[in-house]
Design a protein around this ligand. Structure first.
Ligand code: MG
Ligand code: ZN
Length: 205
């Protein structure tokens, strides 16, 4: 496989990054896109950059709703995106939580962010993804930690918990490559970085 055929990838957090932070979403209607999110995902689609969800979803482990509800939320997410011509290339989520109450989900795993299991699964199942051109966009320390742990460029968004994270100074424990007002700005920056890298690569040839 040539270098050119590898696809850059942007991993996206869900709550507070793509859709508005509303705690555990029990009603499907409460999953509402952040303004500009669909357009941002569409830009990735159009640029040939993989857009992959990486999300911690412990609601089923806490018995707030069944695992099937999380799947329904993701169907709604894809449906809202598709109305604006956008789609996620893949959806990965961790349903585990050691202190949860559902025995099969109340486990210690390697896929709960900031652990890198979700990203590793994505790379294993999509061998065309370019590890050297990977980005992680999110609003919580778990997202920053995942980015730092897997070597992805780290983008903090100010939506969701982003601003309160900045106020708490907890972000200072992480290497952040870019701070964006929202996922729209995050994607614009990632696309600039990707195009800068491809020009640099082209110049060497
Ligand atoms: Mg979030
Ligand atoms: Zn997990």
């Amino acid at each position: 496989m040539t270098v050119e055929s590898k696809r850059p990838v942007v991993f996206l957090d869900r709550d507070g990054t793509l859709n508005e932070e509303r705690g555990y979403i029990r009603n499907l209607d409460d999953l509402v896109l952040i303004p500009g999110a669909a357009r941002a995902v569409r830009k990735l689609n159009e640029a040939g950059v993989a857009a992959i969800l990486a999300s911690n979803q412990s609601g089923a482990s806490r018995n707030y709703y069944p695992l099937s509800h999380i799947e329904k939320l993701h169907e709604r997410l894809q449906s809202l995106l598709s109305k604006e011509g956008a789609s996620l290339d893949a959806i990965y989520f961790c349903p585990h939580l050691p202190e949860g109450v559902m025995p099969e989900l109340a486990i210690s795993c390697s896929c709960r962010k900031p652990d890198i299991g979700l990203v590793e699964r994505a790379f294993a199942e999509h061998p065309d993804l370019d590890r050297c051109q990977s980005f992680m966009v999110g609003d919580k320390t778990a997202d920053l930690g995942l980015a730092n742990n897997c070597g992805a460029k780290c983008i903090l968004v100010e939506t969701g918990y982003g601003l309160s994270l900045l106020e708490s100074k907890a972000h200072l424990n992480y290497r952040i490559d870019y701070q964006a007002r929202s996922v729209a700005e995050a994607v614009d920056w990632a696309l600039l970085e990707i195009s800068a890298q491809s020009h640099a690569t082209g110049a060497k040839q």
